[in-house]
Design a protein around this ligand. Sequence first.
Ligand SMILES: *Cc1c(COP(=O)(O)O)cnc(C)c1O
Length: 356
Amino acid sequence: MSFPTATIDAGALRHNLAAVRRFAPASKVLAVIKANAYGHGIVPVAHALDSADGFGVARIGEGMALRAGGVTRPIVLLEGVFSTDELQQAATANFELVVHSLAQVEQLEQAGVSHRFDVWLKLNTGMNRLGVTPAEFDEVRRRLQACAAVGRIRLMTHLFGAEEAGGVGTRQQIGDFLAMTAGMNLDRSVANSAGLIAWPEARTEWVRPGLMLYGISPIPGQDADQLGLRPAMTLTTQLIAVRRVTRGEGVGYNAIWRAPKDSLIGIAAIGYGDGYARNVRSGAPVLVDGHPATVAGRVSMDMTAIDVTDVPNAKIGDSVVLWGEGVPADRVATYADTIAYELVCGIAQRVARVWK
Ligand SMILES: *Cc1c(COP(=O)(O)O)cnc(C)c1O
C-alpha cells in the first residue's frame, strides 16, 4: 500500500448520519458535502450517505460532479447561481437554489427557463455574509411566490457562532429568524453541526450538518466520542527513518526543536505537501505503531519528525496516524492555530484515498 493514505470509513459516515438523526429526529437532513466533502471525496461520500434527504454544495461545479457520479437526490447550491448561464445549467441538472440577494431574485424573474426551481430564501440574521435583510424579506418572499420560475419555497439562515456555549448572538439569531418566519407554513433551516447539537430550538424542519458527518466535534471541549461520532478519515503514513540525537541537538529546519535529553527521532513520510499543515507545532499528538508520540520541530514538505523516545521498539515501517482514529483532528488543529475543517479540506491530491 502506498503512503500517506487517507482511509475513509463509509460505516463511520453512516453512523454519524444516524447520530445527526438522533439529535434532530424530527428534521430532514441536508448533508453538506462542499469542498470535496471536506476533503473526503464528494461522489463516494454522497453514495455512502444516500439516505440523507438531500445534499448541500457551495458551487455549481460540485453539483455537476455529483450528477455525473450518478447522484439523483436533491442537491442545493448553498450560494445559488451567479449568471444566467449557471441558471440554465442548474435547471438542466435540477438543482435547488439558495436565493440570498435581490440580484438573484431578478435573475429568476427574468429567466427564460421553463423549469421551476425549488428555492431556499436566505435571511441574514447577523452573519452579514449572504442573505436578504429583514427589511427586504417580505417583499422578496412575495416576489418569489409570484415568480414563474419558482416552485417550492423554503426559508433559511446561517449561525455565526453556534459552537460558543451560551452565545448571546446565536440566541438572538435563532429567535429573530423563528419570529420573522412564524406562521408562514414554509420549511425552515437554521442549524449547522454545532447548531443542531447545542441549540435544540434550531432543530427545525431541516438541519444542515457538515463537520459532524465526518466524525469531528464542532464544539470546543466536547469530544467526538462524547457526541457519539466516529472519525470518517484516518490519515496515516509510515516511518522511513529512525535516528538517535543527543541532548541539545536540533531537529529539522531551523532546529526549532532541540532534544531535551538523548532522544529517538522517527521520520514520518508526510508533510505540508500532503496537507499536514506546516503550522502544526511541536507537541502535536500522533500515534506510532499505536503508541502516543508527538511532533518534533518544523513540518517540512514531505517529512515530519516525531519524538519516538517513548515508543517501544520504534522502527522503520511503523505506521503513523496523524489524525482520525485515536487522534481527533480537532485536537491536532489546536496545535496548528486552525480548525479541523481546514485540516481535512487541505488533504492534497497526492494522498491516496482508500475506502473501507
Ligand atoms: C458549510 C455550511 C454548513 C455546514 O456547516 P458545519 O459547521 O460543517 O456543520 C451549513 N450551512 C451552510 C450554509 C454552510 O455553508
